[in-house]
Design a protein around this ligand. Sequence first.
Ligand SMILES: C[S@@+](CC[C@H](N)C(=O)[O-])C[C@H]1O[C@@H](n2cnc3c(N)ncnc32)[C@H](O)[C@@H]1O
Length: 187
Amino acid sequence: MKLINDIYKDRLSIFKQQKKNINKLWNINEQTAQLLYMLIKTKQPKNILEIGTSNGYSTFWISLAAEQFGAIIDTIEVDEARFKLAQKNLAGRNNVKLHFGKAERIIPKLNKQYDSVFIDANKADYINYIKLLINKLNDKAIIVADNVISHKESLQEYLDYIKSDSAFESMTLDIDSGLEISVFKIQ
Ligand SMILES: C[S@@+](CC[C@H](N)C(=O)[O-])C[C@H]1O[C@@H](n2cnc3c(N)ncnc32)[C@H](O)[C@@H]1O
């Protein structure tokens, strides 16, 4: 990651400053960002969906990996101030499409099939997001859900579902706030 950190030093330092100075951005940690980058690079998805943009930090890392093979990221944010900040922070990232509003309202309008999804929004609603998404997932789509250890109780319904439904193979990764990594297979 040294190369990425060197090339995007200025942009990454803006994100670092914002995380320090602005409340409630809730950005993922660098380790999770780098893992997402590596997963996207390896998977080479065509269409990527992120639920919970905040100021665009995780989106930025996903976008760096995705541009290497022309993938597009749709990312959804409901908070206006964070959405506007993300618009600024992601200016010039041509593979990012920002959507403003509630994921529950926007997901049904996205006429695409996704190969990779990153869920990092309202914890109690992960279960609703995945149910809305189920018909929009390609075979072997990878779904990464954040905060499954830090917010285990709020996410229990999601975890029970994704770990027991035969359409998914799923594992919990104990890094940072905890990630649930799931692979979807069309039955
Ligand atoms: C943990 S933060 C996302 C952090 C971001 N992924 C990052 O690492 O930079 C969660 C974001 O989800 C947004 N959010 C919460 N509920 C949402 C919903 N129903 N639809 C869209 N965004 C939502 C919040 O406003 C918040 O900015």
